[in-house]
Design a protein around this ligand. Sequence first.
Ligand SMILES: NC(=O)c1ccc[n+]([C@@H]2O[C@H](COP(=O)([O-])OP(=O)(O)OC[C@H]3O[C@@H](n4cnc5c(N)ncnc54)[C@H](OP(=O)(O)O)[C@@H]3O)[C@@H](O)[C@H]2O)c1
Length: 311
Amino acid sequence: MEKIGLSNGLSVSQVALGAMNFGTSVSKSEAFKVLDAYLDFGGNFIDTSNNYAHWQGTGDESETLLGEWFRSGGKRKDVVLATKVGFDRHGEGAGLKKEQIEYWIDQSLKKLRTDHVDLYYAHTDDVNTPIEETLEAFDSLVKKGKVLKIGASNFDTWRIAESNMIAKERGWTPYTVVQQKFTYLYPKFGVLPKYTFNESANRERLRFLETKDIPLVAYACLCKGGYDNLSRMPSEYELGKRYEAIKDMAADKGLSVSAMVLCWLINLRKLKDYPVIIPLFSARANHLIENLRATEIELSTEELEILNSIE
Ligand SMILES: NC(=O)c1ccc[n+]([C@@H]2O[C@H](COP(=O)([O-])OP(=O)(O)OC[C@H]3O[C@@H](n4cnc5c(N)ncnc54)[C@H](OP(=O)(O)O)[C@@H]3O)[C@@H](O)[C@H]2O)c1
C-alpha cells in the first residue's frame, strides 16, 4: 500500500485502521489478527482514543490492547499512532483544560506502552476553555517529546482557523490533521445527527482543508457496514441514485460497496478543491482484506466526476 507524505511530515498509509472496538466487542485474539494483517498489507496508521470504548467497557480497553500488541510484537516503530483526549468517559475526561491534557497523555502513554504518540487529537472542541490554554498545553507536550503532531476532531471549521491563527502568532504547534465524519452518501437534508459534534464534513470544510493543506481523516466512512448490508445503514443517510451509482461502480471494479467507498475517498485528492483524504475504518478479520483491496484500484478523474455528479 502506498504511503502518503502529509504536510506535517508524517508518512501514513492510504487508509487508517480504527481500534475503537478492540478489547471490547472485538476480542483480543481477533484484534491482534486484524492489526497484524493490516501491517502485513502495508498499513501503518492506527487510530484510538483515551475513552474507547467506554460505552461498552471502562474506556481503557482499546489503548491497553494496543499496548499489549506493541509489547508482544515489537511493532510500535512501524506504526503512526494516533490517540485522542477531550471526550467524556463515565463522567470524567471531558474538556481540553491544561490539567486534563497533561493528565490524559500520561494515562495514554502508560496504556499504550510507548514514550510518545505521533498524532494527538483534541477529540471534540471545548468552548469553555480558552483556545490559548489548550494550545499551550498541547505545545508543551510537543516540546517534551510526548507528542509529535496535533490534530482536531469534530471542531467547527472557524474554530480550527482561529486556533491555528493563534498558534501562529504565539509560535505554538498548530492543528495539522482534521478528523471528521465523511462518506459518499449525503446526510438527509435537514436531518441532524444524534450528537451535534458528529456532523459530516461538507464542501466548505473540504475547501478549507485543501487551501490550508491539512489532510482529512474521514471516520464513519463505511456507515457501520451499511453499504453492504442496508439493514445496518444509519437512518441519517439518503440512499437513492447515489447509492445505486457507487454500487454499480463497485460491481464493475469487482469490489464490495464498502471497498468502493474507500477507493473513492482515497482518489478524491486528484480533484480540485479536495484535500488529501485518509479513510479511517474499522473491520473484523472477515472484511479487512476485502477493504484493503480498495488501495489497489486507481480511479480516473472522469470516474470520480461521474460519482460526484450524482445528486
Ligand atoms: N473522531 C471521532 O469522533 C470518531 C467517531 C467514531 C469513530 N472514530 C474512529 O473511526 C473508526 C471507524 O469508525 P466506525 O467503526 O464507527 O465506523 P465505520 O468504519 O464506518 O464502520 C465500521 C463497521 O463496518 C463494518 N464493515 C467494515 N468493513 C465492511 C465490509 N467490507 N462489509 C460489510 N461491513 C463492513 C464492520 O462491522 P463488523 O464489526 O460487524 O464487522 C465495522 O464495525 C473507529 O474505530 C475510530 O477509530 C472516530
